[in-house]
Ligand binder design. Sequence first.
Ligand SMILES: NC(=O)c1ccc[n+]([C@@H]2O[C@H](COP(=O)([O-])OP(=O)(O)OC[C@H]3O[C@@H](n4cnc5c(N)ncnc54)[C@H](O)[C@@H]3O)[C@@H](O)[C@H]2O)c1
Length: 411
Amino acid sequence: MERKLNLGVIGLGGRAASLLGVFRRVHSGLRVAAVADPDRDGARHRLRSAEVPDRDTAFFPDADQMLRHAGDLDALMIGTRCNIHTPIAVNAAPTGLPLYLEKPVAISHEQIVALRDAYRGREKSVVVSFPLRVTPLFRKVMELVESGRLGVVNQVQAVNYVPYGGVYYARETYRDFDVTGGMWLQKATHDFDYLNALLGTPTAVSAVMNRVAYGGDMPHDLRCSACDLADTCLESPQGVARRGDDGGVGTSDHLCVFGDGIKLQDAGAALLAYEDGSHASYTQNFLSRRSAASRGATVTGYEATLSFDWYKGTVTVIDHHRDRVDSFNVRATSGHLGGDEALARNFVDVCLGRDESRTDLASGLLSAAMCLAARESAHTQRWTPVGDVYLETFPNRVAPIQPTPLHVEPA
Ligand SMILES: NC(=O)c1ccc[n+]([C@@H]2O[C@H](COP(=O)([O-])OP(=O)(O)OC[C@H]3O[C@@H](n4cnc5c(N)ncnc54)[C@H](O)[C@@H]3O)[C@@H](O)[C@H]2O)c1
């Protein structure tokens, strides 16, 4: 019999429910002992849909009421929407319980500081929901890079061509900038995190973003069912049915993706400078569809070039100085290409004291700081320092950021 683990879940929506199904599969001793969610019936329904037993689950309308019973719990999970991850995590910190925390961990500099201070010294008891970094495919990438096969790495080119981007403009909560903090925090936070695993400490970001397709002048609360243009619109249920691919908007009635309140980018790109002088570029695009989907990177070293793509499940290494190309197929069928299962195993191990977090709070805070720097840079059109989130003065710099010394091409 596996050791019992009583989990308290705060915010049991779609994402939390799907993860809880995975948690139960990797550790049958895990029990959802308590749930705090204002939508009690919905939360119960989602638990059942994920085949997670709820017979002995206590339901609370909010986190504070649940946390009064924290003594009955072994661990916590926060799966609310983005803007309240930090305040709830800060309130939960005095319990000292291991925490599974959805991304982005924070959506403002103030939240980063509050979260940092609340968990200082026990960052490794927090598992941040960054599935990419722990996928079997990315572990293969890291194994090859760390083996020295690529030699010294000087550059990474990362792409994220999202084939389901419609969800961010059509779904009520995802389209609200004030809830998510925008598409750097919503999406790039994952990619920046794996880039840090490859290249180390980022120093500064220069970014651009725009919105050319989504948003517009349609009423923000218009639904396809009330729209005169639904028969011809590519994004309506009728358009989706004709095409056979929903691009993320779903197959049923939904909010207009051309609504006039939409503030989110539909494309962005960032240049990231790293402490060791290497750099990365990252492109995200939410218009891509079907087989235009791609997420991964090309990593260039002196000895070889490595390319990987999560959609294809492939890693390829092309040697530069000999006639050799190696290809690896690293396919994983479960959620987020095996990343969710790896996160679940790691979280259970953290709860049982068998391991520390592989996606700890420090990585979540750093990635959030990079997203905020990218957002700011796109507005100011200047290189923006990421800042050291562990400096008391963060996000303000005590001294001007030192540019990475360039030993090449005098200005
Ligand atoms: N890591 C990943 O790969 C990944 C994937 C998808 C979503 N997410 C993140 O997961 C989070 C949740 O997304 P979702 O799609 O499940 O959203 P959702 O709206 O389905 O779920 C949010 C839940 O929180 C509940 N809630 C709202 N206010 C609350 C409060 N004050 N206290 C407790 N519960 C409250 C809601 O009733 C709902 O059940 C988002 O931050 C999103 O960015 C992460």
